[in-house]
Design a protein around this ligand. Sequence first.
Ligand code: XLS
Ligand code: NI
Ligand code: NI
Length: 450
Amino acid sequence: MTSEFFPDVSPLKFEARQSAARTHPRQSQRLAFHHYDATASVEGRTMEEHLRFAACYWHTMRNGLADPFGAATAVTPWDDGSASISNAMRRAEAFFEFLTKCQIGRWCFHDRDLAPEGETIAQSEKNLDALAAHAIELQRATGKRLLWGTANLFSHPRYMHGAATSPAVDAFLHGAAQVRKALEVTHMLGGEGYVLWGGREGYDTLLNTDLAREREQLARFLHMAADHAQSIGFRGVLLIEPKPHEPTTHQYDSDSEATLNFLREFNLITRFKLNIETNHATLAGHSMEHELAVAIAAGALGSIDANMGTPTLGWDTDRFPTDAYLTTNIMLAILNAGGLKKGGLNFDAKRRRASFEPIDLFHAHAAGMDAFAIGLKAAARIRADGRLAEFVAARYASWDSPIGKQIRAGTLSLAQCAQEAARLAPAPQASGRQEMLESIVNDLLFSDDA
Ligand code: XLS
Ligand code: NI
Ligand code: NI
């Protein structure tokens, strides 16, 4: 592949922090990794194997960085702004050059950001086929893999009332056409997963909404999608991405617990896992650790959309995840759960509007990758140290007593519990030691021998 889209950027390498040097007056740090060392071993696996980074096509290649108050600012010399197939192909080439130079092994896309929508479904499918064929070549040439694909069922005006949950059956049918094709293309590209994000699968006001009916429609749609995936031999993981609202007032798959409840209610629980996004957790009023813990407890963690919000703003700001406490918490949850498996860390993140130069794409992703490398190393230190896990085990020790074991085994009735309560002397309370534990985490996060 010719390196012509980012001529000023050499492939990023891992560099010891001491050697960081300015290369340009507006760059106060060299474009390199200062923590992410792909081949370095942590807990017996390489960082690359642990972190399974992916870049997303929609923000990286298609987000001009406009906001509700201002026009696009992103400089994209490879993009002529047209909806032509040749422009779409060139964009894909720029993207794979970016992935290669940034050491990102995986990618994710929506049908509509990869290929332009046509006048008819047949034309849209033809466009997507052309781009998928090109992407296969680019994957072959670069060794990159598809983490997941998805269909955009929220941008087109026909989805203004939702897709699967629309009051108009026509929108459901169109959504089905898009998902069928996007699933097939994902399968052809060797995708490890397929995501359904219900961007408009919710309501704006209950005054015009039959909630019970819409939830049933959504369940029907998901069953059809899972059946189709099975019928074409797709063996990747099917994922639902919870989000509470925005653009809707309320989205039915609002958070991990609500989504798991929905999946159980409609007999979908064995067919789907969750793709959990940090900013969506924030919008739901939860921490990312909470959303992960809920999914992990249900054996339903599929993948992660790695970004972060701005808690002072009530919007999906999709910032790059640079908060080391956040990445430490995420990596601790993942290591404790035995790894990401078929999932990955997909940077569903966009640069701030003022970070508009092409090189900012590299700075932004490298910042996120370094933050996750810091988090991975810190999480491994927390696990090796063992004090947190020991504390938690000790906190529940009474449940390992004979009476605790009987309750857990379901062999005691409420009346028998009441008898035991009357018989036993009250046990002394133990401190939760939250501040001590937080201090241990700080200590290990910022230890000098990091
Ligand atoms: C939007 C979602 C979206 C999904 C893919 O908030 O995060 O980008 O990840 O449709
Ligand atoms: Ni997302
Ligand atoms: Ni999002």
